[in-house]
Design a protein around this ligand. Sequence first.
Ligand SMILES: C[S@@+](CC[C@H](N)C(=O)[O-])C[C@H]1O[C@@H](n2cnc3c(N)ncnc32)[C@H](O)[C@@H]1O
Length: 205
Amino acid sequence: MNAEAQGHWNRVYTTKATNAVSWYQAQPKISLELIASANLPADAPIIDVGGGASVLADRLLEQGRTDLCVLDISAAALAAAQARLGAHSRRVNWIEADVREFAPPQRYALWHDRAVFHFLTDPGDREKYMATLRRSLSPRGHVVIATFAPDGPARCSGLDVAQYDATSLHREFGAAFELLESRRETHTTPTGAEQRFTWVHLQLR
Ligand SMILES: C[S@@+](CC[C@H](N)C(=O)[O-])C[C@H]1O[C@@H](n2cnc3c(N)ncnc32)[C@H](O)[C@@H]1O
């Protein structure tokens, strides 16, 4: 695992409350809407890549989903999510890993990524991400992903990011994927700043 990246993210999650980080959402509304529109059975395997301490897993468990995985490079982020979920955390598969090197133990029907891919400003890192995705996704699998938009921030958490609109984000994933839906979102951070995001929902052809 990339020790520098791991150290960076563990520092973030050990020095800030999980509801004080700029990407905090009380409700992952668009994630839930796009995941619902994939129309998957309750036992379909879903992975939240770079899920951090997001409450997405909590909401999906409440909906009766039974095969959830949260992957993150930061053990501190995963520990915060587990503490919040208490006994329910046993119903989620937690994986401390760098998405660029992750060897999936199974295939997933849906891959969710909110604000992780955009940190990969190096083309080689994006290729590694896509290689992991190809190994991870089931046939006809879904991808629900959000990045900063062209009119969104150029940096997050002290790191440079790449910005995408729906067309350029779809292009990164390639022609093997059909673009089912795209959205623009204005996220309000805990300090009241506005950040523009691009969302796409893709499916393997
Ligand atoms: C901006 S936060 C978003 C967290 C979460 N998706 C959400 O919406 O609340 C980015 C997350 O990606 C994780 N991360 C960054 N680089 C990663 C990598 N290479 N592999 C796995 N996780 C990574 C960080 O630890 C952090 O939790």
